[in-house]
Design a protein around this ligand. Structure first.
Ligand code: SAM
Length: 239
């Protein structure tokens, strides 16, 4: 996979543009200004990715090699779909042999080789539906899920952390031995118990912050590599 470098502006659109609409709320104007001047947004358009988030996954993979050789991938919180685009490509997924399952409660435009479930991941039926949709044991579980913002920082933070935790339990339930789990979290937000649990089940557990994740954002990614397998659980419970 090629290194995601951001070399100047190749979309033909100038960086450093200002939004002058005075009727807009100042926070919305700032957001729009930052968005149109963001080189990753421009590069995503140029390279056909549905979101700038693509570069976070590409960067993490460049450094930590989590997608190489993956045969089946589950993408949690997938809309608009840039991670699923990458997942479909690396697994060689096609509509005749689907190897990627994606879930989001938002509507997502169809993607070749990806089965999309428009469903809340916290719905009790979601895990079984995802496994059925991906057609076998996944090697990688990705979660870029972020709870919709309420405006109350602490509430948003706790809800996203909860999603990360449920995704981690799901990964431990479904991953094949040697598989990897990557999930969005927040700086200093990962609970100690969750880290302990992941360390029991994976050979390596680290936090990563790709350059394409905005520096001012507290967003981080939790990466758990090389799943040890469910034999471990059976031994621990004596089942
Ligand atoms: C940052 S976006 C994902 C971007 C995506 N990785 C991409 O590359 O296009 C986070 C997504 O998580 C979804 N999400 C949040 N909570 C969810 C839940 N409980 N179930 C399903 N999707 C959820 C949101 O609807 C949103 O689309």
């Amino acid at each position: 996979m090629t290194k995601p470098t951001i070399a100047g502006n190749r979309t033909g659109r100038k960086l450093g543009q200002r939004v002058k609409n005075k009727k807009m709320k100042s926070s919305s104007r700032q957001w729009l200004q930052r968005h149109i001047n963001d080189p990753y947004v421009q590069r995503a358009q140029l390279e056909g990715y549905r979101a700038r988030a693509a570069f976070k996954l590409l960067e993490i993979d460049e450094k930590h090699q989590i997608l190489k050789g993956a045969r089946r991938i589950i993408d949690l919180g997938a809309a608009p779909g840039s991670w699923s685009q990458i997942a479909s490509k690396v697994t060689g997924s096609t509509d005749d042999d689907v190897r990627v399952a994606a879930i989001d409660f938002l509507e997502m435009t169809q993607l070749p080789g990806v089965t999309i479930l428009q469903l809340d991941f916290l719905d009790p039926e979601a895990p079984a539906k995802l496994i059925e949709a991906v057609g076998g044991t996944p090697d990688v579980v990705l979660s870029d899920m972020a709870s919709p913002t309420t405006g109350h920082h602490r509430t948003d933070h706790l809800r996203t952390m909860h999603l990360c935790e449920v995704a981690a339990y799901f990964a431990i339930e479904v991953l094949g031995e040697g598989g990897h789990f990557l999930a969005k979290t927040f700086q200093g937000g990962t609970e100690k118990e969750l880290l302990t649990l992941l360390k029991q089940h994976f050979k390596q557990v680290i936090h990563v912050k790709p350059a394409s994740s905005r520096a001012e954002s507290v967003e981080m990614f939790l990466l758990a590599k090389h799943f040890k397998g469910r034999k471990l659980q059976t031994e621990a419970t004596g089942a």
